[in-house]
Design a protein. Structure first.
Ligand SMILES: Nc1ncnc2c1ncn2[C@@H]1O[C@H](COP(=O)(O)OP(=O)(O)O)[C@@H](O)[C@H]1O
Ligand SMILES: Cc1cn([C@H]2C[C@H](O)[C@@H](COP(=O)(O)OP(=O)(O)O)O2)c(=O)[nH]c1=O
Length: 218
């Protein structure tokens, strides 16, 4: 099968800040390239000029939880229509640093915002005409980098200047982690939990093993 006739593949990377997503996304991209796949590396909020501008607002401006959720989903809609759907239609592999599980974890778990409202927004934003019949777009696989907030905080200390979310107290991230656990419990077949407390090489191996276990990467 030629690369272009393969179906697209959508993998999201999730976890609290400092869990190691950015460290490992490029290694997985290279593994797919080595397997002959075209890879689109992208992130949320962001991934398009408009969504990157919305990211700047979301990460730096104070706003109420509904406004924050709407900004995240507005960025997501633009990103989905302009980048993710076209890439999947071409048969590319899309590796996305965060997607909707982050909204359920941060705005739902962290901020305590209404999960039912988030589920309604999810349905509006991710029902895409490219699917026939139009259906909800979700990642084919979500890699959840699970790490205790205290370890994530240690790793982040001194690594970079904290943004609005990264400067939240540890209790916030306990709630975010609870949000991720709830999402995984609701759709276990889509998720692979990665023990992000392991050292780097072991995490990299666990990521590749999880992708292989789902039937990707040969
Ligand atoms: N397995 C690991 N063990 C120790 N430190 C790690 C590990 N993975 C990543 N790091 C370091 O932890 C910090 C946060 O990692 P990063 O990939 O930026 O997390 P995220 O993208 O999930 O916020 C970085 O300084 C990174 O070098
Ligand atoms: C996608 C998304 C991210 N976020 C937050 C989580 C992160 O703290 C922040 C940006 O994510 P991230 O790109 O992981 O930050 P960094 O580049 O600093 O590693 O946005 C939400 O609160 N809701 C969302 O829906």
């Amino acid at each position: 099968m030629s690369p272009s006739s393969r179906p697209g593949l959508f993998i999201s990377f999730e976890g609290i800040d400092g869990a190691g997503k950015s460290t490992h996304i490029e290694a997985l991209a290279q593994a797919f390239r080595d397997a002959g796949r075209v890879v689109v590396l992208t992130r949320e909020p962001g991934g398009t000029p408009l969504a990157e501008r919305l990211r700047g607002l979301a990460l730096n401006e104070a706003m109420d939880p509904l406004t924050e959720a709407l900004v995240m989903f507005a960025a997501r809609r633009d990103h989905l229509l302009l980048v993710i759907e076209p890439a999947l239609a071409r048969g590319d592999v899309v590796l996305c640093d965060r997607f909707t599980d982050a909204t359920f974890a941060y705005q739902g778990g962290g901020r305590g915002f209404d999960i039912d409202v988030l589920a309604t927004l999810e349905r509006w934003v991710q029902t895409v005409p490219a699917k026939a019949p139009p259906a909800l777009r979700q990642p084919d696989l979500t890699l959840w980098f699970d790490l205790a907030p205290a370890i994530a905080a240690e790793r982040l200390a001194g690594a970079r200047l904290p943004d609005k979310f990264e400067s939240q107290p540890q209790a916030f991230f306990e709630n975010v982690a609870g949000g991720y656990a709830a999402r995984m419990a609701a759709d276990p077949g889509r998720f692979a939990r990665i023990d992000a407390a392991l050292e780097r090489d072991a995490v990299r191996a666990a990521v590749v093993a999880a992708v292989r276990a789902k039937g990707h990467l040969g």
